[in-house]
Write a protein that binds this ligand. Sequence first.
Ligand SMILES: Cc1ncc(COP(=O)(O)O)c(C=O)c1O
Length: 479
Amino acid sequence: MAAEHQHFLTLDNINPNVQKIQHPARGPLLIIAVELEKELKNGVKKPFKEVIKPVVADFQAMGQPPITFVRQVMSIVIYPQLLDDPKFPDDAKERARTILNGCKGGSIGSYTEASGIEIIRRHVAEFIGKRDGIPSNWEDIILCAGDGIGKLLKLFSKEANGKKTGVMIPIPEYPLYSILSNEYDLHQVGYYLDESQNWRINTEELQQSIDEAKKVCIPKVLVIINPGNPTGQVLTRENIEEIIKFAYKENLYLLADEVYQNNIYLEDFKFHSFKKVMTEMGEPYNSMELASFMSCSKGYICECGCRGGFAEILNMCPEVKVVFNKSNTVMLCPPTAGQACVELLVRPPEKGEPSYEQFIKEKKAVLDSLREGAHLIVKTLNSFEGVSCNNIQGAMYAFPQIRFPQKAIEAAKKQHQSPDKLYAIEMLENAGICVVPADGLGQVSGTYHFRTTLIPIQKMKIMLDRLEAFHREFMDRYR
Ligand SMILES: Cc1ncc(COP(=O)(O)O)c(C=O)c1O
């Protein structure tokens, strides 16, 4: 009889930190959603024809066409013979030549510097300089591929006096931070955003949270997401100044996640970068250490699959910078297609260039669709019984609160799950909409929410019609 095969890797011996990884937007609900899609494909009758999955902000996955200029340049860099094709405009060819000239051997098939192609880093610095009106040094820029935040957080993975490093993370959270904290053996210190003040960051809450955390860890990093995921707030300049002062007082490293800086939907709101505010505050704040992150996945380009982004890392100790850069060489370089995409994020067509008019039209169409969707979903959700949703000032999410009837809360308890998860499962099964229940994102105890991403406006209207009917039926059933 053949001996039973013994696996070398088993659940008992693999890294427990890896085993703990759980992404709330990639959990059991998504598995049910995929099953439902298969059933629909096989002709099983459902009350809906298509499952809508607004679980991650991936606008192109929801039907948004890409920006033509971006794809033209990307096509040329991948297949440079297109430089001779008269169908491609001169400005697209110029960007493609710039990228290819920055590549070793003139090909994006070669490795680049670990920090990215120098000319693109220089263009990122120019972009930041124009955005903030404050010069940026290209040597403070690294290009990344969705891995920049992890690369930075890894530096903090060192215990002192038996205590882990604490990373302060906004709650409700964007799960990447707790997942990475777990992976790098850091201690997650949650601080609550204030729902009653449109998810403002209160320094009293930061203080309370850090004082508590100091008993068990050494807090060293303050993560700020602005505009916020999942809560959609855009921080005022005054709020940012308070946060910077708090970080200075508590000797915290500032990690500003600013990937939604181009996604602002309300007239009176403006994006203020942490770098700009900190610099303009002068001494002693302008010499604080800060890392700011930006991505090609959001804004209006929405090239999530290209995995392109950049970070500006300010005031890092030169010796640490050497170690940091050296550690980044291990994986050689970020993918070149993502780096090319960064070039287009920071150097879109300018007035007078051949692609300008079409680019502006397409950019406006994406941002208008997002803005219209943001206004519509807030208005619609607020008209539902027992639901309140703060204004979406920016980013790409709605995060409504639901006050469930007591019977729904009891039904959830019987099934050993949270009411928001029960609601999300029933929504998926009855209305074919897959959202993220907030029990996986964190919320003030006794409150219940879910997260949905903004999706292109036509699909948003279909989703809201289905959601409205489902919500009414759910509330009636548990009344
Ligand atoms: C707040 C925030 N930061 C960072 C990212 C990562 O973006 P990417 O890895 O696609 O560049 C996301 C993606 O949803 C996000 O919401």
